[in-house]
Design a protein around this ligand. Sequence first.
Ligand SMILES: [Zn+2]
Length: 185
Amino acid sequence: MLLLAPVAQGIEQRFPKPCAGGSIPPGRTIVNWVIIMNHKLFMAVALAAAKQACQIGEVPIGAVIVNKDNRILAVAGNRREADKDPIAHAEILAIRQAARRLGDWRLYGCKIYVTLEPCPMCAGAILQARIKTVYYGASDPKAGAFGSLIDLRRISGYNHHLEAFGGIMAKECSQILKDFFRQLR
Ligand SMILES: [Zn+2]
């Protein structure tokens, strides 16, 4: 059963730390726990896309778009090197896939899961696509557009109530990047 709803309303709230192990931690309801496990499931798919990107020599970043019924519409990994395309970020490719699949550029009610905090270009594309919520893994101090470098949500008049929650499987999402860059050296 897939069940997913925003865990917290409001842009200031961060996603709660993922719970350890398979048991329901004290203080959480079963529904709350199922919601967390669903976020982790979709992020695990995004991580798998990041790993695939890594295997073809790309910086390992992956993205998944899920519709309001929690069906996966698109899965993509970064393809900048393969496509020789500066805008072939995982989020852009996933947005294109999802729009093609829906036959509409408006991805109303959709959510995007990304292993790394989106850059300003991707955050702009997410806004343009009318995506409702962004869930990301690791923060990106160099280029993150949801609070790290800039916060696009704070630019008044330039958002449609986009929510963003970071820190989902952050350790795994940043480890894969660290491993990639270490191996390059
Ligand atoms: Zn980007």
